[in-house]
Ligand binder design. Structure first.
Ligand SMILES: NC(=O)C1=CN([C@@H]2O[C@H](COP(=O)(O)OP(=O)(O)OC[C@H]3O[C@@H](n4cnc5c(N)ncnc54)[C@H](OP(=O)(O)O)[C@@H]3O)[C@@H](O)[C@H]2O)C=CC1
Ligand SMILES: Nc1nc2c(c(=O)[nH]1)N=C([C@H](O)[C@@H](O)CO)CN2
Length: 240
C-alpha cells in the first residue's frame, strides 16, 4: 500500500481524458488513468508519473478487477472522473440488446459500482486533502434524448441521475457533480456537412475543444460549495 491520494480518470488515454490527465499532473495531482486499448499516449503518461491501468468496463468482471486493483494499491482517493464512454449509435448491424448492455455497463454500472466501492477511500481522501470529488461526464442529450444514439442517451441519463443519489449519500465529505457537454470535439471521420449541422445546433457555433472540458473539471475540483449539480458545456444549445 502506498500513501498517494490520486485522482482516477477513466478512459484517460485520449482526447478529453488525456488532456485532463496532463493538466492535473501539471497542477500537482497524482493521477491514475484507465485505458482499454493500448496507445502511444500511455508511455507519455507513464513518463509523467501517471499510473496507467488497463481496464474494460463492458462486463462485471472487468469492473470488479479494476476496483480490486485500486483497493490493493491505494488507501485514499482525491477523486474519480467517470469519463470512459462509448458513443455508439443504433446502427443496422448492431444488436440492440447487446448495445444497451454495453452502454449500460460503461456509463451506469461501472460508475455505480466504483462509487460504492470507493466510499472509504474517497472519505479518507477528503480528510487528507480537504476535499474529494466524483465527476460524471454526461452529455447534453441526457436531458433531451437523441434519435440516433438512443441507448447512449438513456445510459448518460442514468449517469446523470447517479449524480443526485451519490451527492445525497456522500455529503458532506465527497462532492458529486456532472459535466454535460454538447459538442466538445469532432471525430476525424466527421464530414463537412455533419460538422456544419453540429455547429449550428448551438448559439456559439464553435467546436470548443478539450481544454473547455479541462477548465470545467478544474472548476469542480476547486469548488467547495457545489454538489449534486450539472455544469452545462453546450454553447447555449438549449436556446436554439
Ligand atoms: N467529444 C464530445 O464532443 C463529447 C463528449 N462527451 C463526453 O465527454 C467524455 C469524453 O469525451 P471524448 O474524449 O470524446 O471520449 P472518447 O470517446 O474519445 O474516449 C472515451 C474513452 O473511453 C474508453 N472506453 C470506451 N468504452 C470503454 C469500456 N467499455 N471500458 C473502458 N473504457 C472504455 C475508450 O477507450 P478505447 O479508446 O481504448 O476504446 C476511450 O479512450 C465522454 O464521457 C463523452 O461521452 C459528451 C458530449 C460531447
Ligand atoms: N464517448 C463519446 N461521446 C461523445 C462523442 C465522442 O466522440 N465520444 N462525441 C459526441 C459528439 O461530439 C456530438 O456531441 C456532436 O457531434 C457526443 N458524445
Amino acid at each position: 500500500m502506498i500513501h498517494d491520494v490520486p485522482i482516477i480518470i477513466t478512459g484517460g488515454a485520449q482526447r478529453l481524458g488525456l488532456a485532463c490527465a496532463k493538466a492535473l499532473v501539471e497542477d500537482g495531482h497524482q493521477v491514475v488513468i484507465t485505458y482499454r486499448r493500448n496507445k502511444p499516449s500511455i508511455v507519455e503518461l507513464e513518463e509523467r508519473g501517471v499510473h496507467c491501468i488497463r481496464a474494460d468496463f463492458s462486463s462485471q468482471s472487468g469492473v470488479d478487477e479494476f476496483i480490486a486493483q485500486i483497493q490493493q494499491r491505494y488507501n485514499a482517493l482525491r477523486g474519480i472522473i467517470h469519463n470512459a464512454s462509448d458513443w455508439q449509435s443504433e446502427a443496422e448491424d448492431i444488436d440492440p440488446s447487446e448495445l444497451m448492455e454495453r452502454m449500460w455497463y460503461v456509463h451506469v454500472f461501472a460508475p455505480y459500482r466504483m462509487n460504492l466501492a470507493f466510499e472509504a477511500l474517497l472519505s479518507a481522501g477528503s480528510v487528507r486533502k480537504g476535499k474529494a470529488d466524483i465527476i460524471h461526464m454526461t452529455d447534453y442529450v441526457a436531458e433531451k434524448g437523441s434519435g440516433k444514439h438512443i441507448a447512449y442517451a438513456a445510459s448518460k441519463a442514468g449517469l446523470a441521475n447517479l449524480t443526485c443519489s451519490f451527492a445525497k449519500r456522500y455529503a458532506p465529505l465527497v462532492n458529486v457533480n456532472s459535466i454535460a457537454p454538447s459538442l466538445l470535439m469532432f471525430n476525424p471521420e466527421d464530414d463537412e456537412e455533419y460538422r456544419q449541422q453540429a455547429l449550428n445546433k448551438s448559439l456559439l457555433h464553435q467546436e470548443p475543444g478539450e481544454q473547455e472540458g479541462v477548465l470545467a473539471v478544474k472548476y469542480i475540483l476547486e469548488n467547495r460549495y457545489m454538489t449534486g449539480r450539472t455544469l452545462s458545456l453546450d454553447g447555449g444549445r438549449h436556446l436554439v
